[in-house]
Design a protein around this ligand. Structure first.
Ligand code: PLP
Length: 400
């Protein structure tokens, strides 16, 4: 017996915590940039799981990597080494032009790992008085959902009723370097920034902002920590979004695409000086750096380079943005973003971005709003110009 969509929706409503309000679509199969629901309706994936699927669904080399490692060994605790883990951290370090890696699983865990590292660095290397370390973060940030991370969110829904909140964070406006200069005190250990804010509405900072913030951090002996979980691995047309301003952060926080779209794989990548503050017993996670995760992560890095995804995202992003600029719609106020991280900002007074996304899903385009007034378009970086052409037509139809 086969349940109907309505019956499954009923089960979801009854048994699944209501922490999302899911679109009423049951995805059954994926291939590249496309997915099919259980009624064989086809959708172009313009969400790519928030950049986890930069390589598309079921990339054959990722699938092969999973199968290879499944036949050897999958899970080994952190107190034992594996060749896969050792080579993964070496290759990721080289990929980032850094010195040391601490692997984790989810993005939020990697952010927590970086925050702990920054605080300890502040105490051990900068001699900040005990329990006085401050970390500067930005308005409209998104770094995950743990208690500490939501403590410094500026989105009331993310944090209300989840207190008491973790102290030690200072929020300043995004895109204003002087605000960073003014906020730094002798107790500031780190500045945490998304080089382009994804969940916050695809907010691109003014040119030169990241570079200036880096210089301010250097002058004040403050760590510049870039959360590139969503923007990294060529989403924005450069290997990292910081590359756009030739900014080399002190700490990269990575996730999403690093797992090839099949495994939660995240990492903190930094210098020996900074990461060296972690001693045996300070930190860890059962599944982090598992040979399965590391084997998949290694293949993801190789595919990224072999398929020249930075170039692809750059050129396809420019092509897509140009096509979108040709759309005439009273609802479309502005197109922003970089590479294949694109936000369509709606005119005030237009229907919500969520309602447009529902219509786009009807038309066969999976997408999701960022905030209430921005439609986020972030397809796999392997998308073709034919697919973009097809999608633009549908987007035009829905917006007009
Ligand atoms: C998705 C995301 C996170 C959190 O990653 P999870 O794997 O969902 O915990 C953190 N930072 C940014 C910028 C993200 O986009």
């Amino acid at each position: 017996m086969r349940y109907s969509d309505e019956e499954l929706l009923g089960f979801a409503d009854t048994y699944l915590a209501h922490n999302y309000s899911p679109f009423p679509v049951f995805i059954e199969r994926g291939d590249g940039c496309w997915v099919w629901d259980r009624n064989s309706k086809k959708y172009l994936d313009m969400l790519s799981c928030y950049s986890a699927l930069n390589f598309g669904h079921l990339h054959p080399r990722i699938v092969l990597a999973v199968l290879e490692q499944l036949c050897r060994v999958t899970t080994v605790p952190g107190c034992l080494l594996t060749e896969e883990k050792t080579l993964f951290i070496k290759e990721l370090t080289e990929f980032c032009g850094m010195e040391m890696v601490l692997p984790m699983n989810t993005g939020a865990e990697a952010v927590e790992t970086a925050l702990k590292m920054a605080r300890k660095w502040g105490y051990v290397k900068k001699n900040i008085p005990e329990n006085e370390a401050e970390i500067i973060v930005l308005k409209d940030n998104f770094h995950g959902r743990t208690i500490t991370i939501v403590s410094f969110s500026t989105e009331s829904q993310y944090k209300d009723n989840f207190g008491p909140h973790t102290p030690g964070f200072k929020v300043i406006p995004f895109g204003d370097a002087q605000a960073l200069r003014d906020a730094i005190t002798p107790n500031t250990c780190a500045f945490l920034v998304e080089p382009i804010q994804g969940e916050g509405g695809i907010n691109v900072p003014p040119d030169g902002y990241l570079k200036e913030c880096l210089n301010i951090c250097r002058e004040n002996n403050v760590l510049f920590m870039a959360d590139e979980i969503q923007t990294g691995f060529s989403r924005t047309g450069d290997r990292f979004a910081c590359d756009y301003e030739d900014v080399k952060p002190d700490v990269y926080i990575l996730g999403k695409a690093l797992g090839g779209g099949v495994m939660p794989v995240s990492a903190v990548v930094s210098s020996r000086e900074i990461m060296g503050v972690y001693n045996p017993g300070d930190h860890g996670s059962t599944f982090a750096g598992s040979p399965l995760a590391c084997h998949v992560g290694r293949e993801a890095l190789r595919i990224h380079n072999d398929e020249q995804l930075s170039r692809k995202a750059y050129f396809m992003g420019a092509y897509f943005t140009n096509k979108l600029k040709g759309i005439k719609s009273p609802h479309l106020l502005k197109i922003r973003g970089r590479g294949l991280l694109i936000g369509l900002e709606l005119t005030p007074g237009s229907p919500s971005a969520h309602s447009f996304c529902e219509k786009l899903i009807d038309e066969g385009i999976l997408c999701k709003e960022a905030r209430t007034d921005v439609i986020r378009l972030s397809p796999p970086l392997t998308i073709t110009s034919e697919d973009i052409y097809w999608a633009t037509d549908k987007i035009e139809k829905v917006l007009s």
